[in-house]
Structure formats: C-alpha cells, structure tokens
Design a protein around this ligand. Structure first.
Ligand SMILES: [Zn+2]
Length: 97
C-alpha cells in the first residue's frame, strides 16, 4: 500500500474531474460521478449491497472538498450528499481503477 500524500488538489468543474497530484509525482484524475458512486458512507455501502449505486452515470458534480484531520477528503456533491470520507489511499485506488 502506497503512503503517498497529495501535493495539490484541484477541482475542475468544466471537465468534472478532481485532479490530485501525489508526492511521488503520480497524478489521479477522478470523475465526479465515479467519486459519488464510490462513496463509502453507511447509507451508500448499504445501497451498493442492494445493487443500487447512487450517482452512477448521473450528472452529479462536486460542490465542496473539505480536508479531514486523519488524512483524506470529505466530498460534497450536487445531489446534496456529503457524508462520504475518502482517505488518501482510497482516492489513489479509485484513480487507478
Ligand atoms: Zn454516501
């Protein structure tokens, strides 16, 4: 597991990407809809188990990005959902998918 941490985080509204530049010089470009679909909060995890993926393929965009104390981001989406916490390692994993 990589212990990379971001050196820059940019939200691109037009292309609906969250761009993360890591300290090992890798770059992740994460579509907003993919981030929404991969939310791991209790409600989304439960929905996913039922085969219902929230926001998947939808016109959902990121509206806010908040740093969390233990190393990661809290993301808020245009559908009003903002409970998901995305640790750095998880963002890195989504970016590689
Ligand atoms: Zn969620």
């Amino acid at each position: 597991m990589s212990a990379a941490v971001p050196v820059s985080i940019t939200v691109r509204s037009a292309s609906r990407l969250l761009c993360i530049e890591w300290d090992d010089s890798a770059v992740s470009e994460l579509p907003h809809a993919r981030l929404r679909a991969r939310c791991r909060c209790a409600a989304c995890t439960h929905a996913a188990r039922r085969g219902d993926t929230p926001g998947d393929g939808a016109d959902v965009t990121l509206t806010a990005v908040n740093a969390v104390a233990d190393g990661g981001l809290n993301l808020v989406f245009s559908d009003g959902h903002g409970r998901g916490i995305y640790p750095w390692a998880y963002l890195r994993e989504i970016g590689a998918a």
